[in-house]
Design a protein around this ligand. Structure first.
Ligand code: MG
Ligand code: ZN
Length: 487
């Protein structure tokens, strides 16, 4: 079914039908030359009956021209980096099977022409040797700074020295910058772009005094993640975590003021709802945009369906919308579109990071529906980014995960020793999803497998094959032609 003309929001409601296009009917980015115009569109979904010879094939023609379209260019003016937290091949396959069917595609994500894998290991704090299962702090630091570090570290190296981030470097080089997430803004993935603390828990002044005293403002440090976010001052910052803005600065110029008051004094334009966000017309260094849509993490698009012991023996279920996801909350695709609109206005180039955070958070709690719904959000955000890049060919789009998670597709109805859930997929077939990386009764843990990275646009060739996630930092800053030392 083609759903051209539908709004993005309605396009991502829970549906058993295959969605072939999740974009908008009207062209939000007029003026460029689209891929379709260049005649290089590859339809990647299977068209035939999988029982027939060739029925499951995905390519409808030779893809050399489409790949050449990405290879022929180097040097980008804009980079959009999309991150699915805890999103690797197993999370993509689960979402594809459920929402679009085994022969379908994940819109946006599966349309990126060039794909590789990267290693994500972090470092042991004491020995400096590889720690095979990274957390989002160390993996985010690797992506944002090019430096491997220990778990829990936010853009500091093993010795605690601050490492410059893509947003800091892009800003110093005159680019517009944005940081968008469905997590609290203080969560590791957005935090690594705008702050440097020894412990990811130092979100606000209170915990910083306790856990990162050397970083606390009252001790002459740079402050909590929230205080550093205000200091780093990207043009556009969208996410959750409003509760930390209610804490009070314990030292420095803004001592005694809440961080909300500090943000206002520093000239931030603060919005709290999807409608307010949509009405914003500019965001720059005079009046940076701070959109905070929840006290903590933004609600997930889809409701919970938790995997349980013996779940493989239960009838398959369909996922349903999350009732807590109201009109107040912007969907990730709309946040991405608004951020691109605002950052592209000055026409001096931009770097934008977009995170779908709760793929990871849902996987931690063995909730396949929560996880798939947030993968659909990642797909929608990627579709928005790709639409822009196809019209503005000086734009590099990268989509990746920061590390792998725990979910696996196991044999249908196989009652493993882990937690299982049966879902009825878009193919009309039950799929058993297994979670088996938790200590008994505790949250699921990350896994250490290499992670997919895919890209479109100038510089995209450099994601092909095996890289390390630190390569992504150098790819982005080199492709943008940034001077990494410029202050
Ligand atoms: Mg994250
Ligand atoms: Zn996690």
């Amino acid at each position: 079914m083609d759903i051209k003309g539908a709004t993005l929001k309605s396009a991502i409601l829970v549906s058993a039908v295959a969605l072939s296009v999740a974009g908008c009917g009207s062209d939000p980015y007029p003026g460029g030359t689209g891929d379709e115009a260049a005649g290089v569109k590859i339809q990647r979904d299977a068209k035939g009956n999988p029982r027939d010879n060739g029925g499951a094939r995905r390519l409808n023609k030779d893809q050399a021209e489409a790949i050449a379209d990405s290879l022929q260019r180097s040097g980008a003016k804009n980079v959009i980096l999309l991150i699915g937290d805890g999103t690797s091949d197993q999370e993509y396959t689960i979402a594809r099977n459920y929402q679009w069917g085994a022969g379908g595609i994940i819109p946006g994500v599966d349309e990126l022409p060039l794909t590789g894998s990267y290693t994500t290991y972090s470092l042991d704090k004491d020995t400096g040797k590889p720690n095979y299962t990274t957390d989002s702090a160390a993996s985010g630091t690797a992506l944002a700074t090019g430096t491997k570090t220990a778990n829990k570290s936010i853009s500091v190296d093993l010795g605690g020295r601050p490492q410059r981030t893509i947003i800091e470097i892009a800003k110093a080089n005159g680019l517009a910058t944005g940081n968008v997430t469905t997590a609290p803004l203080q969560d590791a993935t957005p935090a690594v772009q705008v702050s440097h603390v020894s412990n990811r828990k130092c979100e606000g002044p209170k915990k910083t005094s306790e856990k990162c005293p050397q970083d606390a403002v009252e001790n002459g440090g740079r402050g909590s993640i929230t205080e550093q976010l205000l200091q780093t001052r990207p043009d556009v910052t969208l996410g959750g975590g409003w509760k930390y803005f209610q804490e009070t600065a314990a030292g420095g110029k803004y001592r005694g003021l809440t961080l909300e008051a500090q943000a206002k004094e520093r000239g931030f334009h603060i919005v709290h709802s999807a409608a307010e966000l949509m009405s914003v017309r500019r965001a720059d260094q005079d009046e940076p945009l701070l959109g905070v849509f929840d006290n903590g993490t933004l609600p997930r698009l889809w409701g919970k369906e938790k995997a349980v012991q013996g779940g493989a023996n239960e009838p398959p279920v369909k996922c349903s919308p999350n009732k807590k996801f109201t009109d107040q909350t912007p969907v990730l695709g709309d946040m991405t579109r608004k951020a691109i609109d605002l950052l592209s206005q000055p026409k001096r180039g931009f770097f934008l990071q977009v995170e779908s955070a709760s793929i990871d958070k849902a996987a931690h709690s063995a909730d396949p529906c929560g996880q798939i719904g947030e993968t659909v959000q990642l797909s929608d955000a990627t579709t928005v980014a790709l639409e822009y890049a196809k019209k503005h060919k000086d734009t590099l789009v990268i989509v990746t995960g920061d590390h792998a998670q725990s979910s696996q597709i196991v044999g249908t109805g196989v009652d493993t020793s882990g937690l299982t859930k049966n879902l009825m997929t878009a193919d009309g077939v039950p799929m058993t999803v297994n979670y088996g990386t938790a200590l008994k009764g505790e949250d699921q843990q990350h896994s250490g497998v290499q992670v997919r990275i895919a890209a479109y646009g100038p510089g995209a060739a450099n994601v092909v094959g095996l890289t390390d996630q630190t390569d992504t930092f150098f790819l982005i800053t080199d492709t943008l032609g940034l001077d990494r030392k410029k202050k």
